[in-house]
Ligand binder design. Structure first.
Ligand SMILES: Cc1ncc(C[n+]2csc(CCOP(=O)(O)OP(=O)(O)O)c2C)c(N)n1
Ligand SMILES: [Mg+2]
Length: 544
């Protein structure tokens, strides 16, 4: 058979149902072989969109999302999304065409050394130099991408190899190594440290969601009566409505939950990776006694010196420790949770216009069911989403906080709808981030995918202005003008709405969801709340 066909057989063997990407000259053999495959090719409008789709697919499913591009510019367009997946620990396999092996040694049209280019943004980057090694390269790319800590793999497929014949080769058996149970001695030490703690606090990271350990985490917290803060990327691993939920940590400034961190003597980090939230921001004095529960040993950081490491399957670790540790009283936490809940509710009936961030989040929560999914883009809106959106289930509030690239929300929403056609999906985005990948609205409509895009309009790079004001007291080069988003939506064949009054927001969101197609809601936002938040948190009086 043709090598390109063997390659597609190997992809099928990995159980993938979709590839996102853009065909090119150098991968015509693969594109042709895909016609005889059950794998669906989703033709996107930018390779970056394809990579973000694979990224969010990977985060939602734990299986590698797959994106494909041609050589040179197609491949370089993939890089931002691939880097995002890699740093957010989402499994992705990226594939690019390449020139023939007979022209890679010299100056040659569109040829770049892609294996080296992708090296720093992947866990594994390889070129298919011979057709016989296709089964090994494909299997390895998926195995490496999906194994803790997950990330991206890259395959470079030269056109003459794809076009060559290969005999007697077939896909390799798919094997997924499961993390072993942690050693009993570590479980006992952790249980003792937690029992002896005066005020323990749990910080849950995205590893809890990757390890499908949310239910164990909640039982662990309940049994031992220990409050839980989550990182931005672990929102929902304990329902916000739970009495032990303390909200999300991750702002660079102090927040209410920082009071919990400064009062706690033992911090139990579960599935936490330091890329999610620098330890120097929550352990400034290096006094926290850290219990590290994770599938992998901790990264080295002078502010993250582990006292007790419990390495292995997170479910097994939590279950083992909770059997052996003694419950706590938990009285300090009641005030802290009340303060956080009160702050979230304070703007429920706020009618000021432009709409305050707090009110947007309140109404968004009212418009959605607990299982519905929001995908945040990156900007000031992300900080508000992370702080105040009340996620009730794991993987229902997708936030990129590793690489944190703008432009993820629209392609991410598209991928989420493919995975969960039965749930409502909302892309929450700034006006700048929206315009970075808005071309994928056309892709979504072409595949009949329904989701809402909620744009927080300020005609500025809001987050950057916020930083500039904090540091220098004046903004520098952050303004732009927007197209008419309603007409823009309509020009794609999508629905478009503009919020003119704050009281219109909730009914408009409900209408947009009910439209059951792509709908854009342009919502003017009052970002004067950003500096007000900075001032309020600067004068923070701890409620505990
Ligand atoms: C691709 C990319 N470019 C630049 C940045 C730096 N950056 C972070 S947030 C931001 C502004 C985002 O503006 P907008 O999308 O309008 O959201 P807002 O902050 O106004 O809510 C910028 C430029 C980034 N994270 N990603
Ligand atoms: Mg903006």
């Amino acid at each position: 058979m043709k090598a390109a066909e063997l390659f597609v057989r190997c992809l099928e063997n990995e159980g993938i149902d979709r590839i996102y990407g853009i065909p090119g000259e150098e991968n015509i053999d693969v594109m042709d072989a895909l016609l005889d495959s059950r794998i669906q090719f989703v033709t996107t409008r930018h390779e970056q969109g394809a990579a973000f789709m694979a990224d969010v697919y990977g985060r939602l499913t734990g299986k590698a999302g797959v994106c494909l591009a041609t050589l040179g510019p197609g491949a370089t367009n993939l890089i931002t999304g691939v880097a995002d997946a890699n740093m957010d620990l989402a499994p992705v396999v990226a594939i690019a065409g390449q020139g023939s092996t007979t022209r890679l040694h010299k100056e040659s049209h569109q040829v770049l050394d892609l294996v080296n280019l992708f090296e720093p943004v992947t866990k594994y980057s390889a070129q298919i130099r011979e057709p016989e090694i296709i089964p090994e390269i494909v299997r390895k790319a998926f195995k490496v991408a999906e194994t803790e800590k997950p990330g991206a793999s890259f395959i470079d497929f030269p056109e003459n190899i794809a076009d060559s014949e290969v005999d007697g080769k077939g896909p390799l058996k798919v094997q997924s190594p499961a993390p072993p149970a942690p050693p009993e001695s570590a479980v006992i030490r952790a249980a003792r440290a937690i029992t002896e703690a005066r005020f323990p606090l749990i910080m849950a990271g995205n590893g809890v969601i990757r390890g499908r350990a949310s239910a164990s985490l909640v039982s662990f917290a309940e049994k031992l009566n220990i409050p839980v803060a989550t990182t931005f990327m672990a929102k929902g691993c304990i329902p916000f409505s739970h009495h032990l939920a303390m909200g999300a940590v991750g702002l660079q400034a102090s927040d209410y939950i920082s009071c919990g961190f400064s009062r706690a003597d033992v911090i139990i980090c579960v599935g936490y990776d330091i890329v999610e939230y620098h330890p120097h921001l929550w352990n400034r004095n290096k006094t926290a006694r850290i219990v590290h529960i994770s599938a992998m040993p901790a990264e080295v950081d002078e502010y993250y010196i582990v006292e007790t490491g419990v390495i292995g399957d997170i479910n097994a670790a939590l279950e083992g420790i909770m059997e052996k540790a003694a419950p706590h009283q938990g009285r300090l936490i009641v005030n802290l949770r009340e303060t956080i809940v009160n702050e979230m509710q304070a703007h429920a009936d706020d009618t000021a216009f432009p709409v305050k961030p707090q009110k947007i989040l309140w109404d968004l929560r009212q418009a959605l069911n607990p299982d519905d999914i929001v995908i945040s883009d990156v900007g000031a809106h992300k900080m508000w989403m992370a702080r105040m959106y009340q996620a009730q289930r794991p993987n229902t509030c997708i936030i990129s906080n590793g690489f944190a690239s703008m432009g993820i929300a629209v392609p991410g929403a598209l991928a989420a709808r493919f995975v969960h056609p039965d749930r409502h999906i909302v892309a929450v985005t700034g006006d700048a981030g929206f315009m970075m990948n808005s071309q994928e609205l056309e892709t979504a409509l072409r595949y009949n995918l329904a989701f809402v895009v909620l744009i927080w309009s300020d005609s500025e790079y809001g987050l950057i202005k916020w930083h500039q004001l904090r540091h220098f007291g004046r903004p520098s080069n952050i303004s732009f003008t927007n197209p008419d988003f309603v007409k823009y939506a309509e020009s794609f064949g999508a629905r478009g709405y503009r919020v003119e009054n704050t009281s219109d927001l909730l009914p408009t969101l409900k209408k947009a969801i009910a439209d059951n197609t792509v709908a854009i809601v342009d919502c003017p936002v009052d970002y004067s709340e950003n500096m007000k938040l900075t001032e309020k948190l600067g004068e923070l009086v701890c409620p505990i």
